[in-house]
Design a protein. Structure first.
Length: 414
């Protein structure tokens, strides 16, 4: 009817638009894996998930009296919870440690004022200002822990950052030893000595000792006369590749002041056969699967300590790409019978004929097998002619001559 105004009706399209925008915002937060940090429980959950110590009551009271440090801590925790790269997580952990060190040294302010405010309404309600009530209520609401149902769900696929608190002075106290019936082998964290033109690097000190009396129980090992070898940078990653399963065997020599020490590692029978030798001495220890885990952890720690920007995924990818696809490691089957060792066992005439037929291919194949050991032959090959040597012959020659020699080469020494 004319003269009567119609009541204004809000279009339904506005409600639909607001609803869609809210859903899109939630979807974007979920897609970006954003974790909300609101309460002390949220902060402690992030710290525990990243192997950091929780904030206790005393530390929490200190943060409440230092707002700047509290805000810095919250920003670092948010960065730690929402970052997906190892670099961001390392930076966040460093910031959290620095803030917690500062708050531990900061003076504790008096807490009597809030207590007086809480006691004032019960004693003199008329003298309490009216504006103080909302402020006290807001503080109480911020300090109250929210129930778990009100927090946003957390993503289960968050990367856990391994913390490392080992100092250089404590390296020699962290080691693992594998014990055998005739010998024992130990791996310990170490750092090489600095020189004038280059700094020291993180590495592994491997030591082996023979058993004093095989019949005695418990076994006693002669660690005073041990064989000690410190890995070079190239040897460190090669040994790690053996423990990771990307390399079947590796051999290195020319260690020590007299260049008479060496070692050989080979994956065999569900473990790793480790041999160490020096002049006139040789020992063999089988590293079982549990020992492989602990020793592999030491190797991983030293590589990552030397290159802290590498995470576990990058390290395993590099080891796989560098060692797993090399020709001598792609085939784990029996060794070929046409290796240079077969010619040595067939006499001088057969050796010359076999060498003539193989030519450059034989030399390249031998170099490929020893590509990770440029300073000498493998431990199961003759040091003189390169022939394959049986284990009993190898042990005898190591004890008598200090190196691996086949029977014909041993006869030539007499």
């Amino acid at each position: 009817m004319p003269g009567i105004r119609k009541k204004a009706v809000r279009p339904k399209n506005c409600d639909i638009l607001l609803f869609v925008q809210a859903k899109v915002g939630v979807a974007l937060m979920e897609a970006q894996n954003v974790v909300s940090i609101r309460t002390l429980r949220d902060i402690n959950e992030v710290l525990v998930e990243n192997n950091l110590k929780e904030i206790d009551g005393e530390e929490h009271r200190r943060f409440r009296t230092h707002s700047e440090l509290s805000a810095t801590l919250r920003r670092a925790v948010v960065l730690l919870a929402n970052s997906h790269t190892a670099r961001d997580k390392v930076l966040a952990v460093q910031q959290i440690r620095q803030v917690r060190e500062r708050i531990a040294k900061a003076p504790v302010e008096a807490q009597s004022a809030p207590a007086a405010e809480r006691a004032t309404p019960a004693t003199t309600p008329a003298t309490e200002p009216a504006a103080a009530a909302p402020r006290t209520t807001s503080v109480t609401s911020r300090s109250r822990v929210e129930p778990a149902t009100l927090r946003e769900p957390r993503t289960p696929d968050r990367v856990v950052l391994a913390t490392d608190t080992v100092t250089d002075a404590d390296l020699r106290y962290i080691s693992h030893c594998a014990y055998g019936a005739k010998a024992a082998l130990s791996m310990a964290l170490a750092k090489s000595k600095e020189s004038d033109n280059r700094p020291g690097f993180y590495t592994i000190l491997m030591e082996g000792a023979d058993v004093v009396d095989p019949q005695a129980r418990p076994r006693i090992y002669d660690w005073q006369n041990r064989i000690s070898i410190m890995f070079t940078k190239a040897e460190l990653v090669a040994v790690a590749a053996v423990f990771y399963g990307y390399l079947r065997e590796c051999s290195f020599s020319s260690h020590g002041p007299a260049h008479d020490k060496g070692f050989f590692l080979e994956r065999k029978d569900g473990g790793i056969i480790a041999r160490m030798n020096a002049t006139g001495r040789s020992l063999t220890v089988k590293i079982a699967a549990p020992d492989m885990v602990y020793m592999g952890g030491l190797l991983t720690r030293q590589i990552r300590a030397e290159y802290p920007w590498l995470d576990n995924e990058a390290l395993t990818g590099l080891l796989r790409g560098a060692f797993a696809a090399t020709p001598p490691l792609a085939n784990d089957g029996p060794r070929s019978a046409t290796q240079p060792g077969s010619a040595a066992r067939e006499g001088n005439g057969a050796r010359q004929g076999n060498a003539a037929r193989q030519g450059n291919a034989a030399r390249q194949g031998n170099a490929a097998r020893q590509g990770n050991a440029p300073r000498g032959p493998l431990a199961d090959q003759c040091a003189s002619c390169g022939a394959d040597v049986d284990q009993r012959v190898r042990d005898y020659s190591q004890q008598k001559y200090g190196q691996t020699l086949c029977l014909p080469c041993q006869k030539q020494r007499h």
